[in-house]
Design a protein around this ligand. Structure first.
Ligand code: SAH
Length: 398
């Protein structure tokens, strides 16, 4: 017997753990023996006493424990974390050629066997998020391993997400290791340079998951008049302009994001006269553009998450329908719509149905040309479908 506190499940509640899903919800718990603090390791057993997993205890969260390991011999600690981080780095090395980019997600939480840990590399800096009680408990060890294995001495923290609140942890941000950079952080992605605001930008500063989709859509942009809805700091905008788009209108509700987008334009030496910027709500802006009689040959829609979980799916579906319907009204014949959803609660199947509904209402026929997903530094484990959140469709108006 180990000295770790023990958490026994109610009879029959071991099924999801046997399928290696890493979350233990409060309702599944039968008995807790011992007095674990937030983040402490607990030994999880089935009602019949069988060993199931080692997990991190999180007293404040509905997800009461997150699994570190399903192997009884793999006791959580720096050695196991080092092994997991090495495996995560090896996957990126295998999947992302060095010349592609110097910015990537090195660790993607549950999908890399490290629940609640996110580590993004931006050139020579790391940005980390400790989004679970277990990661918070082991933060110093994790920072040490990440610095050593990634070779990045400079580490920023962006543990200021809603998930962190649900774990009962206060927000925590700022430089946590090394010295601050002299100037703004800059990265290269598929040959395009972007400045990244790791201190105040959204997420950890950049939407890394769209890397390959930005490149692909950029290649389709040559000679086209493009609308980029939810442009953030100009990811798709730059990619399209660099590859010969005739013009791009970028819309975002965030003023600071658009300011950074303009700097990114200059950083790449792209002529400013091909870019138009609009600080506005996309829902309203699409209607206004219709009234003005504007038309485009390529439209990108990459909105924020409308549905974090399946229970928000119906409301989210109305949002997706609305923007896509109104975008289709602005799309010329032969034009392309690259439309995305990063809502875990909206499946690819549902998303495609929503687009079919929008096409019907707009009275247009759409050819499904391509499907998109997150870049390979956002791996998906089949036993953790929550990790597969980003989906996209490329549709051509016939
Ligand atoms: N495509 C971008 C990422 C988009 S993230 C890239 O490749 O980098 C979603 C963006 O939508 C954010 O920049 C956010 O500021 C913006 N946003 C959220 N709600 C909005 C709304 N109603 N209207 C316009 N922009 C919105």
């Amino acid at each position: 017997m180990s000295a770790a506190p023990q958490l026994s499940l109610k009879p029959g509640r071991e099924r999801s753990l046997l399928r290696r899903h890493p979350w233990i919800f409060s309702g599944a718990i039968g008995e807790l023996r011992g007095a674990p603090h937030s983040g402490d390791t607990v030994e999880v057993r089935a009602a019949d006493g069988r060993f199931l997993a080692w997990a991190a205890y999180s007293p404040a969260s509905q997800i009461r424990a997150r699994v570190w390991s399903f192997e009884e011999t793999e006791v959580p600690g720096p050695e196991l974390f080092g092994k997991r981080i090495d495996a995560a780095l090896a996957l990126r090395r295998a999947e992302i050629p060095l010349e592609t980019t110097d910015a990537m997600r090195l660790v993607h939480g549950e999908s890399d066997g490290l629940p609640g840990l996110v580590a993004d590399r931006y050139a020579d800096a790391l940005v980390v998020q400790f989004l679970s009680a277990g990661c918070e408990r082991w933060r110093e060890a994790l920072i040490g391993i990440l610095r050593e294995r990634s070779g990045c001495a400079r580490v920023y923290e962006r543990s200021d997400t809603e998930g962190r609140e649900l774990e009962g942890l206060p927000a925590s941000t700022g430089l946590i290791a090394g010295t601050a950079a002299d100037g703004p952080l800059k990265i290269v992605e598929h040959g395009i340079r972007y400045e990244v605001d790791v201190a105040a930008g959204q997420k950890t500063g950049f939407y890394l998951d769209q890397r390959d989709n930005r490149a692909r859509v950029g290649l389709l942009a040559e000679g086209r008049e493009m609308l980029n809805g939810f442009s953030y700091t100009g990811g798709f905008t730059l990619s399209a302009l660099a590859r010969g788009a005739r013009s791009v209108l970028s819309i975002d509700s965030s003023g600071p994001a658009l300011e950074l987008a303009k700097r990114n334009l200059a950083l790449n030496g792209v002529e400013a006269n091909r870019a138009e910027w609009l600080e506005a709500d996309v829902f309203g802006a699409l209607r206004k553009l219709q009234r003005e009689g504007r038309q485009f040959d390529l439209i990108v829609l990459d909105p924020p998450k409308f549905a974090p979980t399946p229970k928000d799916a119906a409301r989210a579906a109305r949002g997706y329908k609305d923007i896509n319907l109104n975008a289709l009204k602005l799309l010329r014949r032969g034009g392309l719509l690259a439309t995305f959803s990063c809502s875990g609660g909206v499946s690819l199947e549902l998303f495609q149905k929503i687009l079919a509904g929008a096409a019907a209402d707009a009275g247009v026929s759409l050819l499904l040309r391509e499907r998109y997903r997150a870049a390979p530094d956002h791996p998906v484990r089949i036993e953790f479908p929550e990790g597969e959140y980003l989906k996209g469709l490329l549709l051509e108006r016939l």
